[in-house]
Design a protein around this ligand. Sequence first.
Ligand SMILES: O=P(O)(O)OC[C@H]1O[C@](O)(COP(=O)(O)O)[C@@H](O)[C@@H]1O
Ligand SMILES: [Mg+2]
Ligand SMILES: [Mg+2]
Length: 341
Amino acid sequence: MDRQALTEVAGEHSVVTVQQHILRQQRLHYPNASGEFSWLLSGITLATKMIAAKVRRAGLSDVLGSVGETNVQGEQQQKLDVFANKVLIHCLGIRRSVGVLVSEENAEPIVLRGDDPHAKYAIVFDPLDGSSNIDVNVSVGTIFAIFRLPDESWNTNQDSDVLQPGRNIVAAGYVVYGSSTVLVYSTGQGVHGFTLEPAIGAYVLSHENMRLPDQGKYYSANEANFASFPPNYQQFINRLRDGDLGTSYSSRYIGSLVADFHRTLLKGGIFLYPPTESHPEGKLRLLYEAIPIAFLVEQAGGVATDGKERILDVQPTSFHQRTPLVVGSKVEAEAFANTKG
Ligand SMILES: O=P(O)(O)OC[C@H]1O[C@](O)(COP(=O)(O)O)[C@@H](O)[C@@H]1O
Ligand SMILES: [Mg+2]
Ligand SMILES: [Mg+2]
């Protein structure tokens, strides 16, 4: 009995969980895979379910407000930043295939298995994205990317093992903790979305093969910084406002990259975080914010640059380096590239 027939039998009860989807992807595209990878991804699904449970009860459980310490970015660490970080380090750290973790909340990489040849992967992540929105019940998220470590990595532990250009990614994804909890991931075979079904505690396939429209109706940027945007960004936003791209645009800005990107992935349009006076290099971090998002948007038919270069071709030089980010639909990205200041 094939899947189609099965679906007819089970009707609306025919669910595909993210684990099943990952295993199916592996069978289809990586028949010789050991299964370690799907075991690794289950660490992320478990951790993000635990974070989702905390977010759901944020006002009731002690996760609002800051812990009174600053992280390597000089930002006040929120209680949920620290909780999410601990949960991810635990759930990923116990997986033998994980050699190194790089987190927004830790100044240095966490080398878990420096001498274990089984440890093949490095995971870079932003445990809680959109921290300024935690206390006001606005969508926040988790962002991650997985790189394969060089085989001879074990006795060298060079930073360069992890500081790889985004085009080397083996998988990336994010989770949005919003009105529902949605996990979106790609292993290079398209982009797929799963909604957490609280009744069974599983991520269930809800958005298969996501593709963003070639042109959208929304642009997204923190326009409070407009005056300090470089001239070409200002000019571009004026073109969007003036209907220069043949359609009228509305502005949307949530202030959580993961949520602003999720909307862009579903509806199209463009998200921009330019260089600004307070962040001359841009605010977002290359390794665990811009690169995972860029991998996903390209898999879904969109474009991501640092305003000049393809994000996935940028060679990272430090773990927490920042970058400008322009990400979204083809038409808007092309128009941006052709806009002179
Ligand atoms: O308040 P601003 O300057 O617009 O910055 C908002 C951006 O900062 C971030 O909150 C930074 O991420 P973190 O919350 O993970 O530090 C992004 O999610 C968001 O896009
Ligand atoms: Mg972030
Ligand atoms: Mg964060």
